[in-house]
Design a protein around this ligand. Structure first.
Ligand code: ADP
Length: 214
């Protein structure tokens, strides 16, 4: 299975990618996650991208292409992969196509996780990560029990640097301008599949499995 997950920030594509990775033993390749790791580790790359990401802008195509190329060379992606957050514009989609053709592993599907923009803003502005369990929580949607589980174990609810309203609005605009054209790009290549990304995580996941015919 070689798939990419498309969707606006907050559409939940990362969550679905994680579930696929667990169930089908595939590596989830998330450019956002790789870049955040670089920032946390204080590498040269991390220093270069920190401000750009905090503002919600895209980092350069060359930087993410290098990350993707390296990840695809790892032995664990030999049997397939789930790309999450890449490609994010037409140029990246073309580079990805060239790269995959050069290793004889063309893409199987591009799955769009579709979510209404009003819901996106609540999901993103309310998103927190528990510093102890690493679980993703949401101050609007998580139950009191889930939140307390973190607090009672001594954890803190951490907000991602780019989950503030200004950056969220910018990320959604960048998505509309640069990433949405990929929907037509993949439609023309007969690779596009669309699922409704609203509702419970497990219900969305059921749709993913059904749509990808797994
Ligand atoms: P989200 O989709 O929720 O905004 P991600 O974790 O996928 O979060 O990405 C966070 C940030 O990382 C983006 O706003 C952007 O700055 C950077 N980024 C991630 N993937 C790419 C990419 N393919 N091209 C350029 N920048 C990227």
């Amino acid at each position: 299975m070689r798939i990419i997950l498309l969707g606006a920030p907050g559409s939940g594509k990362g969550t679905q990618a994680e579930k696929l990775m667990e169930d089908y033993n595939l590596p989830q390749i998330s450019t956002g996650m790789l870049l955040r790791e670089a920032i946390d580790q204080g590498t040269e790359l991390g220093k270069k991208v920190q401000e750009i990401m905090a503002a919600g802008n895209l980092v350069s195509d060359q930087i993410v292409l290098d990350l993707i190329r390296e990840s695809l060379q790892q032995p664990d992606s030999a049997n397939g992969f789930v790309l999450d957050g890449y490609p994010r514009n037409i140029n990246q989609a073309q580079s990805l196509e060239d790269l995959l053709n050069s290793i004889n592993k063309p893409l199987g599907s591009a799955l769009l996780v579709d979510v209404d923009s009003e819901i996106l803003i609540k999901r993103l502005s309310g998103r927190r990560t528990c510093s102890i369990t690493g679980k993703t929580l949401n101050v609007y949607f998580s139950s009191e029990d889930e939140i307390n589980e973190c607090i009672d174990s001594g954890g803190e609810l951490i907000q991602r640097e780019d989950d503030n309203v200004e950056s969220i609005t910018n990320r959604i605009n960048v998505y509309k301008e640069q990433t949405e054209p990929l929907i037509d790009f993949y439609k023309h290549k007969n690779l596009l599949k669309v699922i409704d990304g609203e509702g419970k995580i497990t219900d969305v996941y059921d749709r993913v499995i059904k749509t990808l015919e797994l």
